[in-house]
Design a protein around this ligand. Structure first.
Ligand code: FES
Length: 104
């Protein structure tokens, strides 16, 4: 059975925003789009940059360092120079909180 971890009050992340946070020792970026809430690793797979400090365009998260972009729904690479996807995590909203399932 998956275990979800409480991450952030739902009211603290508006549509079109990203937020970096550490949850159970993992550096994550939470993303809210018009379609939903998503979570993935915050550290870019290409180098030493945090995606939460980049830009969000629709579902596209753009790294602030070299401009690679990732689909926040899956972590898939949308634009080079990154070649490896971000790890993505399931999310849910429960009792006004955004929760993230971190896996084992
Ligand atoms: Fe993110 Fe290079 S560190 S694209």
């Amino acid at each position: 059975m998956p275990t979800f971890h409480r991450a952030l009050a739902e009211a603290d992340l508006a549509e079109g925003q990203m937020r970096g946070l550490v949850l159970n020792g993992l550096d994550l970026v939470l993303v809210r789009t018009k379609d939903g809430l998503y979570a993935m690793d915050n550290q870019c797979t290409h180098g030493a940059a945090r995606l939460s400090e980049g830009r969000l365009r629709g579902v596209r998260v753009i790294c602030p360092l070299h401009g690679a972009s990732f689909d926040c729904r899956s972590g898939a690479v949308l634009a080079l120079p990154a070649r490896d996807p971000q790890r993505a995590y399931p999310t849910r909203i429960l009792d006004g909180w955004i929760e993230v399932e971190l896996g084992s």
